[in-house]
Design a protein. Structure first.
Length: 202
């Protein structure tokens, strides 16, 4: 296994990780629309991030972490360039797919904005952390997490946050010493919940 900085050649592998992790269980009506959703998510992650690492095994990306420090420019946005094409694909999608995607994104943004109103003193954020399921339980996620903490230390970060949800393996963040400081259900009566975690850099 190799740990390295994220490069342009790693983007297809990161795309596949996002697709398999966030969209694998969805009912795929139109594969092109599904890929467009993944592309928009990837571009969004890159545009928010100023630092990123990947773990590669036999030239396949098996894990990725990205982060940003407040005040640093998001210099990874230049790696992604498919957002316009992806957006046009979403616009042309069926009304059902388009409205479901937009409503989910709006709910997500509103819920996190509400939580961050009360928890807005972080210096940095872990934007994305994904480990291929076949590589989980072998210390890969822990190694990436520690690499990120080193990045935060170099930039004098004292407190950082992370946004996740109840569909993810959020117990990992508890094991890494982070604390869930807020949560919001996507809708009243729903079991699906958005979570906001905070951690301190020692």
């Amino acid at each position: 296994m190799e740990l390295r900085d994220l490069g342009r050649n790693d983007l297809p592998g990161v795309f596949d990780l996002l697709k398999e992790t966030w969209y694998l269980d969805e009912e795929i009506i139109d594969p092109e629309v599904n890929d467009a959703k993944v592309s928009l998510d990837l571009d969004n992650v890159l545009s928010k991030s100023s630092w990123a690492k990947v773990v590669v095994d036999e030239e396949e990306v098996k894990a990725v972490i990205t982060a940003r420090v407040n005040g640093e420019s998001s210099n990874l946005g230049m790696l992604g360039n498919n957002w316009l094409e992806a957006l046009l694909t979403i616009v042309k999608a069926s009304e059902k797919e388009r409205s479901e995607f937009i409503n989910y994104k709006l709910a997500k943004e509103n819920k996190y904005s509400k939580m961050l109103e009360e928890h807005n003193d972080s210096d940095a954020e872990i934007v994305l952390l994904i480990v291929d399921p076949t590589f989980q339980g072998h210390g890969v996620g822990r190694k990436l997490f520690k690499e990120c903490l080193d990045y935060f230390r170099r930039n004098n970060v004292k407190k950082f946050n992370l946004k996740t949800d109840s569909a993810c393996n959020y117990n990992f963040y508890d094991h890494m010493g982070m604390t869930c400081v807020a949560q919001e259900a996507i809708a009243e009566g729903s079991d699906f919940t958005f979570l906001l975690y905070e951690g301190e850099v020692e």
